[in-house]
Design a binder for this molecule. Structure first.
Ligand SMILES: O=C(O)CCC(=O)C(=O)O
Ligand SMILES: [Fe+2]
Length: 214
């Protein structure tokens, strides 16, 4: 979105940083192309089935480890049983750059081994949840591309207030680690049609990188 003043890097909660406009337009285009490729398999992108039989409105495909409620696996046991695609080393490098940008300190030991690629159409959302299937407390890196969204970042105790609402726009980075690693968070809604038209993406992509510790 065009604006006069740059949006600034902000600590939303202890250890949780929003870094606006972190990805260049070219990087965003490259990641969209990569996501289109990942969405074709070996495991298809799907609306994850929850234990109560409902389906998430977000569509997800994974790299490195397949996430399903509520565990990781090397095979997509809830989507045909295929073997999850490899986690590319260039994506781990991007994750290290992201952690460095968020915390202002180089961390070459950061080695994400799982990615969730989430696609939000105009009505998709994600309820408040913790990312807690990982055995590691290393930070989670989150990249947003396409339509903007209303991201809610809460506290580690409950899915209720206090929380901070953040508008995540295309190219934004959000990293949560340290005291906020297990904070509840969710996507309340997207803002359809806000993606830069030249991206040719109708919806919102989110890529989260995690260290599973598995
Ligand atoms: O789409 C987002 O910004 C958040 C995604 C998320 O929280 C998750 O995949 O666990
Ligand atoms: Fe999450």
């Amino acid at each position: 979105m065009a604006q006069l003043l740059p949006r600034e890097r902000t600590e939303i909660a202890p250890g949780a940083f929003h870094v606006p406009d972190w990805l260049s337009p070219d990087q965003q285009r490259e990641l969209i192309a990569a996501c289109r490729d990942w969405a074709t398999g070996p495991v298809p992108m799907r609306n994850t089935r929850m234990p109560n039989g409902s389906h998430m409105s977000v569509q997800t495909v994974c790299l490195g480890w397949h996430w399903m409620p509520y565990r990781y696996s090397k095979t997509a046991d809830d989507v045909g049983g295929g073997t999850v695609a490899e986690f590319p080393s260039w994506l781990a490098g991007l994750g290290r750059d992201a952690v460095t940008a968020a915390y202002g300190e180089r961390d070459d030991s950061y080695e994400p081994d799982a990615a969730l690629i989430n696609f939000y159409d105009s009505t998709a959302k994600m309820g408040m949840h913790q990312d807690r299937e990982e055995k590691s407390l290393a930070p989670v890196v989150s990249l947003s591309i396409g339509d903007s969204c209303l991201f809610r970042f809460g506290n580690t105790e409950t899915r209720n207030k206090p929380w901070t609402d953040v508008r995540l726009e295309s190219g934004d980075l959000f990293v949560f680690g340290g005291a906020s690693r297990l904070a509840y968070h969710g996507v309340m809604k997207t803002y359809p049609g806000t993606a830069e038209p030249s991206l040719e993406l109708n919806g919102r992509l989110n890529i989260t990188l995690r260290v599973t510790g598995l």
